[in-house]
Write a protein that binds this ligand. Structure first.
Ligand code: MHO
Length: 213
């Protein structure tokens, strides 16, 4: 049940990447997600040595279902980016654009946001450079806390970065996404009854909670 649809990429720095992985994973039109480090210049960052890089989420999305503007809406509504928040580089607010269209849209959105908030923001709009995937244990971090489920889904390290099902469940498990989308996905993703019940139970328990890491 993986998807083979034409897609575009979006990359954002928006705080702890465990949270944004879950958030976008459960967003309709998002095909796949992976977390990593980007935005800096140092070579081969790792979690314990990020250099000047930032935790980022890389999203493959179907532009026929979800627009870059929609993704930006989720970006603004789900992290800190005020100057007073004193955010360290690891968690800074970045829009890493992949083409001129995204650049233009992001720059306009940033201006609007500054106007709306009436303050300077830390958010930077910069070209997407090298993306260094994070260590396996950071990918679909929420889902990986349920080892039987990862086994049942047959998730390999590679699939943790490429699986559509993994992206979806990683969000639903922590209560993100709309209930009717979860119900639909249970069918379209062909989840077993056992998996479906388990995910629904966790969704109910965590719904409305914070994504805080
Ligand atoms: N408080 C968490 C943040 C993890 S994160 C991926 C930790 O220190 O483990 O930045």
């Amino acid at each position: 049940h993986e998807v083979d649809t034409p897609y575009r990429k979006a990359t954002f720095g928006m705080g702890c990447f465990w949270a944004s992985d879950a958030l976008f994973g459960a967003t309709p039109g998002v095909l796949r997600t992976r977390v990593g480090y980007s935005g800096g210049t140092s070579l081969d960052p790792v979690y314990r040595n990020l250099g000047d890089h930032t935790e980022v989420i890389e999203i493959d999305y179907d532009p026929k279902v979800v627009s870059f503007e929609d993704l930006l809406e989720l970006f603004w509504n789900n992290h800190e980016y005020g100057l007073t928040a004193r955010i360290k580089k690891q968690y800074t607010s970045l829009i890493l654009y992949h083409d001129e269209d995204q650049k233009r849209i992001a720059e306009i959105a940033l201006k609007k946001e500054i106007y709306k908030r009436k303050e300077e923001l830390v958010t930077e709009v910069i070209p997407a450079g090298i993306f260094y995937p994070a260590e396996d244990y950071h990918q679909k971090y929420r889902l990986q806390q349920h080892s039987w489920l990862c086994e049942a889904l047959g998730l390999t390290p590679e699939l943790l970065q490429t699986s559509h099902v993994a992206a979806r469940l990683n969000g639903y498990l922590v209560g993100v996404g709309a209930e009717e989308n979860l119900a639909k996905d249970v069918v379209t993703l062909g989840l077993s009854e056992k998996i479906a019940e388990y995910v629904k139970r966790h969704y109910e328990q965590n719904k409305g909670g914070s994504l805080y890491c």
